[in-house]
Design a protein. Structure first.
Length: 322
């Protein structure tokens, strides 16, 4: 009888703890000699899956320190992180790396440089010149305010929901001493963009809320990241509406990754997740790892009794952005 089978015969809390230990053990085994993780077992080490793995293994000093060393070695001189080894410039992964290294005393300079790069990266689609050109074109059929500025997947491009959410979470989780000047204004504009990009029925997708007169359909992961980024006040009508959408969508979730992140999101708001078609207890670590190392890390975080979510409540945040 393996550990999982033994845990199933015990109390639910013991079973969850046993499953969490099994998933964490599997995640540790996937760490490469260079301290990083690939998206799949044996794949090239990259900053994105390594950042998520580091978040999940914060209490595992040996593996965490090796992950920190890997992330530090991959940071560009301008403070950014590339999405892959072949990229010469930075990317949205900078937000994930800053969040993973946040709170680590040996990474304060890395985090400060990364946050500075984020605040200096303004999407080109919302610049005054681009907005002027937009006014010269026929009336747009996309219902959104192009004066708000968030973040894109790559520098100087267009604002998108998910990279904007990740950047907001990185800024939100940083100590005030590492925040660059103008961070508060940058954050305010990005928050406004997220609410502006919300789908009419609540929730978010990875694109626009309405195109060619047709309402966009919200997606679970996009909605979760946006809600986690908007965890703090001020309260706006779009937030409870989107939480309601996520609660309804939760019941139909069938993938481990979406289920883990959705559970983290609802519990972060103090909402008991409803019954879903699947349960995190139904997968093995090997099953989840095949979906991606980042997914395995998400499940580890969702099962962690310490509940270290991608965002923290304002009452646990000191010296950070309002």
């Amino acid at each position: 009888m393996n550990a999982l089978e033994m845990a199933k015969q015990s109390e639910p809390a013991d079973f969850t703890a046993g499953l969490h230990a099994e998933f964490v053990s599997h995640l540790k085994k996937l760490q490469h000699a260079d301290g990083g993780w690939g998206f799949q077992a044996g794949g090239q080490s990259r900053a994105e899956p390594t950042s998520w793995a580091a978040r999940a293994l914060r209490d595992s000093d040996k593996e965490f320190r090796r992950a920190v060393a890997f992330l530090q070695s991959k940071q560009h001189s301008d403070g950014s992180w590339p999405a892959c080894e072949e990229m010469n410039g930075g990317s949205w992964v900078t937000s994930l790396a800053c969040a993973a290294l946040g709170g680590d005393s040996q990474s304060s300079k890395n985090v400060a440089a990364g946050l500075q790069w984020l605040c200096d990266d303004y999407p080109r689609d919302s610049s005054p010149w681009r907005r002027f050109l937009q006014r010269l074109r026929p009336q747009s059929r996309v219902a959104m305010n192009d004066s708000y500025r968030g973040w894109g997947w790559t520098p100087r491009t267009s604002s998108w929901v998910e990279p904007t959410a990740f950047a907001l979470m990185a800024l939100r989780g940083a100590s005030s001493q590492y925040l660059p000047g103008g961070a508060a204004e940058r954050r305010a504009s990005a928050i406004a963009l997220l609410y502006d990009r919300m789908c009419p029925g609540g929730g978010w997708n990875c694109g626009n809320p309405r195109v060619y007169g047709v309402d966009g359909e919200a997606l679970v992961l996009s909605t979760c990241w946006a809600l986690l980024a908007l965890r703090d006040p001020p309260e706006k009508p779009g937030r409870p509406l989107s939480l309601g959408w996520l609660q309804k969508a939760f019941e139909k979730i069938e993938s481990a990754g979406s289920l883990a992140v959705a559970r983290m999101t609802l519990e972060n708001y103090g909402i008991e997740p409803p019954q879903a078609k699947q349960d995190l207890l139904h997968w093995t670590a090997q099953d989840v790892a095949e979906e991606g190392t980042h997914v395995l890390a998400w499940v580890c975080m969702a099962l962690d009794p310490a509940r270290r979510w991608p965002a923290v409540s304002s009452k646990d945040t000191q010296g950070q952005l309002p």
